[in-house]
Design a protein around this ligand. Structure first.
Ligand code: FAD
Length: 434
């Protein structure tokens, strides 16, 4: 397989809002900036270009700034390895990139958290953002009966989007209790842009039932989903549906940062005032540092870009906005905390790791994440624990001790490119864990 060497001063991994804004800010220092992203187009989860639809004006503006600043874009390439300091490897259809950089900005975003419950592996039970992404790329949802369930503001955004695309929205079920959501809603008045977003969402969702303290306990169907059963207090209700869009808030994508040995705290990349990680010349911005929403990602991205290119005054000028947005992120975390009852959702025979068909009962006899991996293969399949990992953490409080490359599944030829460069690779198994 072809090896493609690429050199730049600042490498940004992730082309979402944090990555794009970081690249623009860094480029103001007239250095060579490259963004690498695994999608065919930049934009990340929210600004990703949709088929048949104009992108959001803010997205168009930032993408134009990136182009004007002559930032180099490498799309459709997944960073999977860190062979040595100052070098990353990425797999693309055209070959394996070896990317050399002086400064690195990690802007790898977040993914949805899935929790297992009976029937969650049935076809047409999907992540809320996952279903949204499928519809954005062409799946027709018009006239389909959809239940949106789980937790977090993403549920509302997805529901509004699906309704706009013609879905027949049956219910939005939020596990968080009203007593947590009301103070969160009231505190929004300090963030006029978010109030505006909420008002727009309310208008778009007029007439759709939104139940709090309500969550799915089972999805039913034969070959595919036919209905979902939800609990609210002592009541249960069964709703016929074609799709269940279900996600329990978001978790940060920290694998690349962990591979580089950056300090993690509570499942997010720990950064200082200038978005610097614990590793020299490595910065991190956006949802990888904590779930905070679009505006925080944009501000953090700019700070990281300025800081990585020694434009410290410009970075400092943004500290105030970041503090305000971080306070909002903390409130959001508190409002959408997962309730303990969700730990009782999976039954002994419920599959937790869907790549390797590992059931709850097989995990219940394990002592930790490493023994679960070694003895049941939980988290060892193609998703590498991206789906089951956060569920296992919630159910058992087990966290992986370390990561090892490749952090994404890659082709054998790409794996071969790793041979001879393993000194920097961390050992996966930690002595004494079994
Ligand atoms: C599934 C999903 C749907 C969402 N939908 C909405 C919505 O409708 N409305 C809303 O307000 N907010 C939504 N959000 C939240 C919103 O995406 C974030 O607030 C915002 O996009 C965060 O920006 P970011 O740049 O930190 O991360 P992202 O936008 O997630 O960008 C990160 C980018 O890095 C890429 N990447 C990660 N790892 C690698 C790697 N190793 N190699 C190459 N590329 C990599 C990812 O593919 C992605 O393109 C959604 C989040 C998710 C997870």
């Amino acid at each position: 397989m072809d090896k493609i060497r690429h050199e730049c001063d600042v490498l940004v991994v992730g082309g979402g809002p944090a990555g794009l804004t970081a690249a623009c800010s860094a480029a103001q220092a007239r250095v060579r900036v490259t963004i690498i992203d695994d999608n065919p187009h930049v934009g990340g989860q929210i600004w990703r270009r949709e088929q048949r639809k104009q992108s959001a004006p803010e997205a168009v503006e930032w993408v134009k700034k990136v182009q004007d600043a002559e930032v180099e874009l490498i799309n459709g390439a997944t960073v999977f390895d860190y062979p040595e300091p100052g070098v990353l490897r990425a797999e693309a259809s055209e070959g394996v990139y070896e990317l050399s950089y002086h400064q690195l900005i990690i802007a790898t975003g977040a993914r949805e958290r899935f929790l297992p419950f009976p029937g969650w592996t049935l076809p047409n039970v999907m992540g809320a953002g996952g279903l949204q992404a499928l519809v954005k790329s062409g799946l027709s949802i018009s006239g389909k009966k959809v239940v949106v369930a789980g937790s977090g503001p993403l549920l509302l955004a997805v529901a509004a989007y699906l309704r706009e695309q013609g879905a027949d929205l049956r219910l939005i079920a939020e596990q968080a209790p009203r007593r947590r959501l009301v103070p969160f809603g009231l505190a929004l008045y300090r963030h006029p842009r978010k109030v505006l977003q909420l008002i727009t969402l309310e208008k778009q969702l007029l007439g759709v039932r939104y139940l709090t303290s309500c969550w799915p306990i089972a999805a039913e169907g034969d070959e595919k989903l036919r209905s979902v059963t939800l609990r609210q207090g002592s009541k249960t209700r069964k709703l016929a549906c074609d799709y269940l869009a279900c996600g329990f808030h978001l978790v940060a994508n920290t694998e690349l940062a962990a591979l580089l040995d950056c300090e993690l705290r509570e499942g997010t990349v720990h950064v200082g005032d200038f978005q610097e990680t614990s590793v020299a010349n490595v910065y991190c911005a956006g949802e990888a540092t904590g779930i905070g929403g679009l505006e925080l990602s944009v501000v953090e991205g700019q700070i990281a870009g300025y800081a990585a290119t020694r434009q410290n005054e410009k970075a400092q000028a943004l500290f105030g906005s970041r503090s305000k947005l971080r306070r909002f992120a903390l409130m959001m975390d508190c409002a959408f905390q997962l309730r303990d009852e969700l730990k009782d959702l999976p039954q002994p025979e419920t599959i937790v790791c869907r790549c390797e068909d590992v059931t709850l009962e097989k995990l219940q006899t394990q002592t930790g994440w490493n023994s679960a991996r070694m003895l049941t293969r939980c988290g060892m399949g193609p998703c590498q624990g991206r789906i089951c990992g956060s569920a296992v953490e919630f159910l058992f409080h087990w966290t992986p001790k370390s990561v090892r490359p490749p952090i994404f599944p890659v082709r054998l030829e790409s794996l071969a490119s790793m041979s001879g460069a393993s000194e920097g690779h961390r050992e996966f198994f930690v002595e004494g864990d079994l």
